[in-house]
Each structure stands twice: as C-alpha cells, then as structure tokens.
Design a protein around this ligand. Structure first.
Ligand code: C2E
Ligand code: CA
Ligand code: CA
Length: 658
C-alpha cells in the first residue's frame, strides 16, 4: 500500500537526483553564455542539496540514536539556509536573463530591488542562525520531535518576499520574453506559494520544497531549450546598446534579397554629431551610457518589421519602411538623452542630433553589404557637405564616388610616373625687397593640366600616398637646388612640407637626411614645415621629430600657426625656428585679427622665433605687418607659386618692388 508519505519521500529523492544530474550535464557542456550557465548549475546543485536534506530529515525523523539526532539537526538547518541561497540564485538568474548582469553598480536596472534582495538574503541567513539558539523558527521538543517556533511563518515569508521582488522584475520586463518563458521564470513564485498554502493546511508534508524543485527543473529545461536561440540572438546583438550588430542587419538584408518587399525599405546610415565632445566632457564610460540610452530611445521609433543597429562608435544603421522614413528622420534632428553620470551619480542630460545618409532601396538583387555601402556613401557625402542633415543617395553621388576611386588609382600611378613636381613660392623681405626664401608646393601634371593640391591632397592625406608625395617633392626640390647651384645661381633656404602622417615612421629624419645629403646640397638650404594639428597627444612625437632635425642641422617651421587649438602648447614644448602665421589672421578680415597678429609678433620676437606672414595679397597688409616688425612675406602680392623655369628666372633677379 502506497501512502502519501512514501510518495512525498520518493518525490524528494527523485527530484534531488534530477537536479543533480541536470547540474552535472550542464556543467560538462560547453556554453557561450558562461555566467548564466554557472548560475543555472549553482541553482540546481543548491536545490538538489536542499531536497536531499529535506529527504534525510524525513528519513531520520523519530530516530533517537545520538548520531541520527545530530544528522536531523544539521539537515534541517541546512534546508532553511539553502532556501535562502536558492532565492539568491533565482535573483541572479533573472537579473542575468533580463540585463546580462548582476551587480550593484549605479546604472544597474532595478538596482533598488536587487539591493533589497541582498539585504533579505543576509537577514534570512541571520534569522536561521539565531533560531538555532532560541528556537524562534523551530525547535525539537524533549522527545526530539520537530516543533514550529513562534516566528515560524517568517521562515517562509522572508524568502518569499525576496522571490516576489525578483518576480516583479520578470513581470515588468515581460516584453523581453515569450509567454511560456514568462510562466517558467515566474513559476518559482507560483509553485512554492501554492505548495506552501497546502502545506500550511496539511501540516507535516513537504509540498513547498517539492514545488521549489519542480520550478528549478523547469527553469533548467527552459534555459537549455532556449539557449540556442539566445546564442544566435547574442551573436547578432551589439553588447553596449542591445541593438542589432553588423552581422545582424546584414543577415536580415540578405534574407530579404530577391524579395519585392525589400524595395519597400530605406536604409538610413547615421552618426551622432560631436559625440567626441560628450566623451571628452563626461568621459568614455558615460559616453557609452549615453549610447545605450540613445539606443533605448530610438528603438521605440522602430516597428517590429524594421531594424535598428549600431555599426561602431557613434554610427548607426536603421532599416525602415519608406512610409515611416520621414518620421524617423525627423526624430534624428534632436534626441534628448538622460543618463546617470557615473562620476557624480547625478542625472545628466545631453541633446543629440544626427547626420544621415539615406538609400531608398530600389532593387532586390543587391547583397546586404552592398546596400550598406550605398547608404554609407550617402553618409560620407552628408559629412563632407557639413551643412546637410540628410543626404539621399543619388546617381550623382554614385558617379562622384566612382570618380574618386578613379582619381585614387590615377594618383597612385602619378606617383610612380613622377607626375608630381614642386612649384616654388618666394618669401620676400619687405624691408629690402630681396627674396629670402621660398616654399616648395606640389603640383600635379595630369592629362595635360597642372592641378593644384586642393584636387589631390585631401584624397592622399588619409593614406600613405601623402608620405610618398612629400618625399617625391623633397627629392625633386633637392635636385632642383643642386642644379641651380651647379649653374652658379644663388639659392635661399627652401621649405618643404612634411605631413604629420610621416611622423609615424621612426626613421623619418634619417630618410630626410639621406635625400638631402644624397643630392649633395648644404643642409641649411632645407627647412621642414609641419602643420599644426588638433591632436594634442602627438606633441611629444612632434617634439622628438623637431629635436632630431635640429641634431642633424635642419631648421623646422610650424605652418598655419594659430589655426588649431594647440598653438601655444606647441610653441611652449617645441623649439621651432620659424612660425608661419596662418593666412586667416594675415587677411585682417576681423577686427580682432590685428590684436592677435600683434601678440603673435611679440611672442615670436621674445622667443627668438622667425616669423613669416603667409597669404599676403595687398600693400596695406605689408604696411601693417611692417609696423609689427614682421618682414618676411609670402603671398600673391609678390609671387604666386612658380614653375621650375619661372623660379630659375626669379632666382637670377631676386629683387622686388616693395
Ligand atoms: P600651405 O603649406 O599653407 O601653402 C600655402 C598655400 O597658400 C599654397 O596653396 C599657396 O599657393 C597659397 N597662397 C600663398 N600665397 C597666397 C595668397 O596671397 N593668397 C591666397 N589665397 N593663397 C596663397 P597651394 O599651393 O594650393 O597648397 C595648398 C596646401 O597644400 C598647402 O598649404 C599645403 O598644406 C599643401 N601642400 C602642397 N604641397 C604639399 C606637399 O608637397 N606636401 C604636403 N604635405 N602638403 C602640401
Ligand atoms: Ca606649408
Ligand atoms: Ca601655410
């Protein structure tokens, strides 16, 4: 005859074995979601231990031998402890399922509830410990029979309270999961509650713990079943924002390839303006929070059959239905984002706006990558035309991109075929009217035209082509100087532009020296001009460069002085020989320019740095500069950059009317 007691006992032991097996099998498996795996394994082991203890308690109940009594005491206490520990594991699992994390950092979602769970766990453990001494939860009477103490109800109430808090998180974020997942995750509250009620009514059974075991097993199975789906989802999700990653949206586009529905969509490639300012003022970590908060806001404007993803940095991609496009682009004009500043702990708000490139998908045969390239090209155009909020991909852009690609390859060939030659713009001493120097400026002899740097330098600058150009001009300049000297022509110092990109090469100074000495000309005929740069981190590199130039006997000049924010810093750290004042100030277009010029001239004098005024076009400018003691003038007023032959003539009669 099977009685209720035996059924209960066997249930406990079966469940204990199942939970242990589940833990072992899962522990032995490989799983990309490592943290979650550990929690599920921990949950199952703790549950198995709890059930074994509960079982042992029933098995030893009534026995009077001292060893059995001791075991009974221990396993009974263990059950109470383990129930608290299980509640804690449950909180961990839910938090990791919902937010991929379990901590108390300031930006942790539901942070207060999680802190409360920590406190409840500590109080729970303390109460169980106290009850061992004063029997407030339970005690064993003179016959060693288990009896409930006065505060027994607290023993279930405390872990239930923690469980309710955790379950409330599940309910709050129910949209993140399917109905069945929701049920399974919340079963840890429902099952034991139901079991507990029955247990209160029928004192002496163990239904509550059996129900806990059932729920833990259910959660294990749900986790294993959904693991695959979640791993796939994780591989398509960008960690910081929870939006789709590149893999995610490219795959989505590819899955639509060939379907007419694809033409109903537009791809918006957008980047947040001035995001580096946010990183600079609030720090990178806060910047990441802003990105995450931005993602959370933007996703609300995206429908179920649309996609929002993060490319990298501050670049995002949205694939939206064409009829939603206008509304989406309108949102991009201003997005106010609040976040908790990690440094101060206070709420902060930033206003973001985006620049977008849009490709209205008009064919179904393109691969996902190509569609993104189109949208990316529209964004690049938007960036280049600084004024535009939105740029639509047009045939014109497609053509201009093709032109640019063609130009890039022509530049490569031009460098190989020596099509880049130096022109020379004289520097004139305005008090004597004598040429006192010159600057070598490149020109490109291309298809019968002479192209100015504006046409090719912007294309070369982001690549190593600019370094090749600099050396090509340096070499040609040295050769020209050698030729002039050979012809008995007097040559002043000529400055050559060296792009900052060259400074990445540790041998740069040695290479320059090799070119100059190779041409057999005196070193003091060459000056190296480097442009100011916004990148302050590079100051030490630039300093080393200038110091090494000095060691080998070359002069160094800082070009476009005043055009970037680091001018004074550069002047303080680096011993330049010459300072070229940016044309912007020399133009004297703004009232303040004169004051600035005056002070630059003063600084130059006091620091014993030569000053060259560049871009001088009018006589009045020369007068003003003369009053300030600036006499070295480079500008159209005296000469435009001259070809080799024109320069040869100039060098032969280097006198100007002032
Ligand atoms: P930069 O080094 O500041 O050169 C001065 C530019 O101002 C030259 O333009 C010159 O023609 C122009 N300029 C001179 N006087 C006047 C004037 O009175 N009025 C006006 N409106 N402009 C004047 P260019 O030759 O077109 O060169 C432009 C820039 O291209 C240069 O600016 C330099 O940054 C770059 N560049 C040219 N050749 C080379 C090179 O071989 N290597 C590198 N790295 N950059 C080069
Ligand atoms: Ca220059
Ligand atoms: Ca300049």
């Amino acid at each position: 005859m099977i009685d209720a007691f035996s059924i209960q006992i066997s249930f406990l032991i079966y469940e204990a074995v199942f939970c242990l097996l589940a833990a072992l099998v899962y522990a032995a498996s490989t799983d990309k979601l490592k943290l979650r795996k550990r929690i599920v394994v921990g949950l199952n082991i703790a549950c198995s231990a709890m059930l074994v203890c509960e079982y042992s308690f029933y098995a030893y109940k009534g026995s009077k031998t001292p060893l059995d009594v001791a075991i009974m005491y221990i396993v009974n206490a263990a059950v109470y402890y383990l129930i608290i520990i299980l509640m804690f594991f449950y909180a961990m699992l839910i938090s990791v399922r919902l937010f991929e994390r379990f901590d108390l950092k300031k930006d942790m979602p539901c942070r207060k509830r999680i802190i409360a769970v920590y406190i409840i766990a500590i109080v729970g453990i303390a109460l169980v410990t106290i009850s061992q001494f004063n029997g407030i939860y339970y005690y064993f009477d003179e016959n060693n029979v288990y009896q409930r103490g006065p505060l027994f109800s607290l023993a279930t109430l405390v872990p239930t309270l923690g469980t309710i808090l955790v379950a409330s998180m599940v309910i709050q974020f129910r949209e993140k999961m399917s109905l069945s997942q929701l049920f399974v995750l919340i079963s840890y509250l429902i099952f034991p509650l139901a079991g507990g009620v029955i247990q209160v009514l029928f004192y002496g059974n163990s239904l509550l713990n059996i129900c806990i075991g059932l729920s833990v097993l259910l959660m294990f199975f749900e986790n294993v079943v959904n693991k695959e789906k979640e791993v796939i989802k994780a591989s398509k999700t960008e960690v910081r924002t929870g939006l789709a990653n590149e893999h995610g949206y490219i795959e989505w586009l590819n899955s639509m390839k060939g379907k007419r529905d694809l033409m109903d969509y537009a791809v918006v490639f957008f980047d947040l303006r001035k995001f580096s300012d946010i990183n600079r003022s609030y720090g990178i970590e806060n910047g990441n929070r802003v990105l995450a908060a931005f993602g959370n806001i933007m996703i609300k404007y995206i429908n179920k059959d649309e996609i929002l993803g993060r490319q990298f940095g501050n670049q995002f991609v949205a694939i939206v239905r064409k009829h939603n496009l206008d509304a989406f682009l309108k949102v991009l004009k201003q997005i106010d984002v609040s976040f908790t500043d990690i440094l101060t702990g206070q709420e902060a708000q930033v206003s973001l706006s985006a620049r977008a490139g849009v490709y209205m998908i008009d064919r179904t045969d393109l691969a996902g990558e190509d569609i993104l390239v189109f949208a990316g090209q529209a964004l690049s155009t938007a960036k280049a035309k600084k004024a535009d909020d939105v740029v639509w991909l047009t045939q014109e852009i497609i053509d201009s991109i093709a032109d640019q690609k063609k130009l890039e390859s022509e530049i490569r060939n031009g460098l190989i075929n020596n099509e880049f030659r130096p022109f020379y713009q004289p520097k004139v001493n305005s008090s004597t009217g004598m040429m006192c120097g010159a600057e070598a400026l490149s020109r490109w002899y291309h298809n019968g035209e002479v192209l100015a740097p504006g046409r090719y330098i912007p294309i070369m600058e982001p690549t190593d082509a600019i370094c090749k150009l600099d050396f090509c001009i340096l070499k040609a300049t040295c050769e020209d100087i050698a030729k002039w000297l050979k012809e008995g022509i007097r040559v002043p110092q000529i400055s050559v532009n060296i792009s900052r990109r060259n400074l990445d090469d540790p041998n740069i100074v040695k290479n320059i020296d090799e070119v100059v000495t190779g041409a057999g000309i005196p070193k003091d005929l060459i000056e190296i001009e480097v442009t100011e740069n916004k990148d302050e981190a590079a100051i030490s590199v630039l300093k080393n460069f200038v110091d090494s130039l000095h060691e080998l006997g070359y002069k160094a000049s800082i070009d476009d002085f005043g055009s970037a924010s680091s001018s004074l810093m550069l002047l303080r750290e680096i011993n330049f020989d010459t300072l070229k004042i940016d044309k912007g100030f020399v133009d004297l277009a703004k009232q303040k320019d004169l004051a600035i010029l005056t002070h630059i001239a003063k600084i130059g004098k006091e620091l014993h740095v030569d000053i060259v005024a560049e871009g001088v076009e009018h006589k009045e400018q020369i007068k003003t500069l003369d009053n300030l003691g600036v006499n070295v003038i480079q500008g159209f007023y005296f000469d435009r950059p001259l070809s080799h032959d024109d320069m040869t003539e100039r060098l032969k009669s280097p006198v100007y009317d002032v």
